[in-house]
Design a protein around this ligand. Sequence first.
Ligand SMILES: *[C@@H]1O[C@H](CO)[C@@H](O)[C@H](O)[C@H]1NC(C)=O
Ligand SMILES: *[C@@H]1O[C@H](CO)[C@@H](O)[C@H](O)[C@H]1NC(C)=O
Ligand SMILES: *[C@@H]1O[C@H](CO)[C@@H](O)[C@H](O)[C@H]1NC(C)=O
Ligand SMILES: *[C@@H]1O[C@H](CO)[C@@H](O)[C@H](O)[C@H]1NC(C)=O
Length: 300
Amino acid sequence: MSYFCGLAVFVLAFSGGWCPCGADVGDFTPCLQFFYRSWPPKGLAGTPICQRYFNQYRFATLYSRPRRSPWFSAYLYTTPAGKRPSTSWKFEPQLAYPGADGNMIPFPPGPPDQNVVDSQAVELDYINSTYSRGHLNPSLHHQSHDDRSATFTLTNVAPQKAGSNDGPWEILEQTVNKTLYAYCLGEAYIVTGVIPYQTDEHWLKNHRVAVPEYLWSAYCCPSYNNSLPEKLRETFPTYAAVGRNDPNSTEEIVPVNKKAKKQFRGYDVRQMSLETLELYLKERFSTVVSVFYEQCSGSV
Ligand SMILES: *[C@@H]1O[C@H](CO)[C@@H](O)[C@H](O)[C@H]1NC(C)=O
Ligand SMILES: *[C@@H]1O[C@H](CO)[C@@H](O)[C@H](O)[C@H]1NC(C)=O
Ligand SMILES: *[C@@H]1O[C@H](CO)[C@@H](O)[C@H](O)[C@H]1NC(C)=O
Ligand SMILES: *[C@@H]1O[C@H](CO)[C@@H](O)[C@H](O)[C@H]1NC(C)=O
């Protein structure tokens, strides 16, 4: 247990409060290493989860309990190796039982426990829906098998149309992989999140899990190779993107390429500066959203 956790236990034990530290929920303190300068994004409210698997922190998620889906996941990119693991989907016992162990665990066979169903999304929410399980922190941005497996928790997943998940959004993930692999010299911090519908919120069948209108992603690589090719000049130290998750959305944020293959049409991704992304986030969340400390420009 970290010093801060120990202190919180001590303080709360004497104030009669409940300490979320042991359960890795409610506080990013144990997993600040996944944020540039240990500084979680500002402006969004939700339940912090330090995503733990086999007793190691793997990444961090800001979860929305009412939406039963994440606002964002934050992680460190590591050069991928190996294939997408065949792994079972997991849940967070500590969302259902505050005293529970903070390690994510695979859904057991059979119907899940009612407290689990109430507190988070479960596999039945996605089965036979018209949405796939869209990883915010994707398995393909990780090296170790366990880091990859840990991304298969439903708290890291938002309902994403297959046309986005298997199309432009996947291409974005691959592009970011190639760019960071080739030119990022030190740590690369990535935050990937969702933008909800402004009105007329969309839900998966059963009205339990909210569907996002857009996905967004941004990286911060403070230390990079200065001999960048012309077309990548704008992409360091930080760059961002927004992807459509609904062909019916208007084109103000992301225009549609009408010539795209039919199954991917309307799911375009637009790459943009972090500044531009933050303008859209401000507009859509009606508050200032800051993804990285000093927009990733803070001197190291
Ligand atoms: C999903 O749909 C198929 C085909 O309609 C059906 O056989 C299956 O029982 C459904 N599964 C669930 C979990 O609803
Ligand atoms: C990620 O980038 C590395 C280096 O270019 C490459 O070997 C690997 O195939 C890429 N992985 C994916 C899934 O694009
Ligand atoms: C930086 O990029 C150039 C051009 O791609 C390459 O020749 C050089 O080896 C790279 N330097 C480092 C430190 O990776
Ligand atoms: C787009 O609009 C059409 C017609 O109103 C509707 O049938 C379809 O379900 C909508 N698509 C999405 C992803 O909401």
